[in-house]
Design a protein. Structure first.
Length: 87
């Protein structure tokens, strides 16, 4: 078991300083961050895959004795989760 913080994942050492220096994690109008590029292209499949790989690598580096787990099967049913939606 273990954990990663979002700040650790995106590379922010001090969030208050990051914000004070004009940083912004993500702006949906521009699809980019300010002084941070981790979330740029938030819906881009290749960039999403890179973000997952980054999280996995950071976790392995931080917790080298933890086993690598297989990716679980996704059984999410959007129609059960959002019963009032048809699409």
């Amino acid at each position: 078991m273990g954990e990663l913080s979002i700040d650790e994942l995106v590379g922010v050492d001090n969030y208050d300083s990051f914000i004070a220096s004009g940083g912004r994690e993500y702006d949906p109008k521009t699809d980019k961050g300010v002084n941070l590029d981790f979330w740029n292209g938030i819906s881009d499949a290749a960039k999403c895959a890179w973000r997952v790989q980054r999280a996995e690598q950071l976790f392995r580096n931080k917790y080298p004795n933890q086993p690598n787990l297989e990716t679980p099967k996704c059984n999410f049913n959007k129609f059960a989760f959002y019963p009032d939606r048809t699409t």
